[in-house]
Design a protein around this ligand. Structure first.
Ligand code: NDP
Ligand code: 8X3
Length: 250
């Protein structure tokens, strides 16, 4: 039985992946900060023999390392790491945005992701087998007003994923980058600081991606034969596309 480690498993993509991989016969390690959500999900997915959870903040490397070393032996051999935990805070222009929000995005989306990778990757290399899937975003390739630091963090995830592939050449570790567009999860609720109306308006009168769409994609990547590396997938709802260049005229 393979073990998958999913960060950001208490809602959205992470929760949907936990359900998908559980029904696909994987052993799970789920990480997030909200304990009650993790307890509930772990109970639904078969309890401690099938699903362990870690209540931790990806920004705290020591906390994550300690929790990992306390996992039962059978859960320590991680076959797949999904670096999914992340967030956007605010949608304001760069000259008005909160520096604190920017720091939280950098610390979570970039530093949290590299901490988890640096902690789990050496074991994969030692075992000569493993797979890392990083959740980027269309915002990492395509600029939009207010995307500023959030898009910057996802551009980091894109290039880090490619560079990981280069470093891991010959080591039998697969690395994939999944870059979704608009998806209806708690993402916008977090971005707009708990404002339900603003969050709901983002997905109004359009058919956004669901968390399950993204979970299906990640599961498919893992189901490909062992010699196949899916480098990068960008997916959007049909209702979303690119805008023309912005031209300001006086
Ligand atoms: P959600 O807000 O539903 O889920 C985010 C998850 O990340 C939660 O489980 C949250 O758990 C966890 N998380 C956030 N901060 C931390 C932290 N410091 N430590 C540990 N866990 C943390 O959003 P999505 O499922 O949509 O987002 C998942 C990923 O997908 C993110 O990286 C996001 O940037 C990306 N993405 C989202 C898109 C969208 O439109 N929804 C599109 C493209 C990419 P908790 O609060 O319990 O810690
Ligand atoms: C989330 C997708 O388009 O809101 O990464 O930035 S978007």
């Amino acid at each position: 039985m393979k073990t998958i480690f999913i960060t950001g498993a208490s809602s959205g993509f992470g929760e949907a992946m936990a359900r998908k991989f559980s029904s696909g016969g994987y052993r799970l390690v789920l990480l997030a900060r909200r304990r009650e959500k993790l307890i509930d999900l772990a109970n639904q997915l078969g309890g401690e023999n099938k699903c362990q959870f870690i209540c931790a903040d990806v920004r705290d490397n020591e906390e994550v390392e300690n929790a990992l070393s306390n996992l039962p032996l059978t859960f320590k051999t991680i076959d797949v790491l999904v670096n999914n935990a992340g967030l956007a805070l605010g949608l304001g222009p760069a000259d008005e945005a909160s520096l604190k929000d920017w720091e939280v995005m950098v610390d979570t989306n970039i530093k949290g992701l590299i901490y988890l990778t640096r902690t789990i990757l050496p074991g994969m290399v030692r075992r000569g087998h493993g797979q890392i899937i990083n959740i980027g975003s269309v915002a990492g390739s395509w600029p939009y007003p207010g995307g500023n630091v959030y898009g910057g963090t996802k551009a980091f995830v894109q290039q880090f994923s490619r560079n990981l592939r280069s470093d891991l050449s010959g080591k039998n570790i697969r690395v994939s980058l999944v870059e979704p567009g608009m998806s209806e999860t708690e993402f916008s609720l977090v971005r707009f600081d708990g404002n339900h109306e603003k969050a709901k308006a983002v997905y109004q009168s359009m058919n956004a991606l669901s968390a399950e769409d993204v979970a299906e994609t990640v599961f498919w990547i893992c189901s490909m034969p062992a010699h196949v590396n899916v480098n990068q997938i960008e997916l959007m709802p049909v209702a979303q596309a690119w805008a023309p260049f912005l031209v300001h005229r006086d």
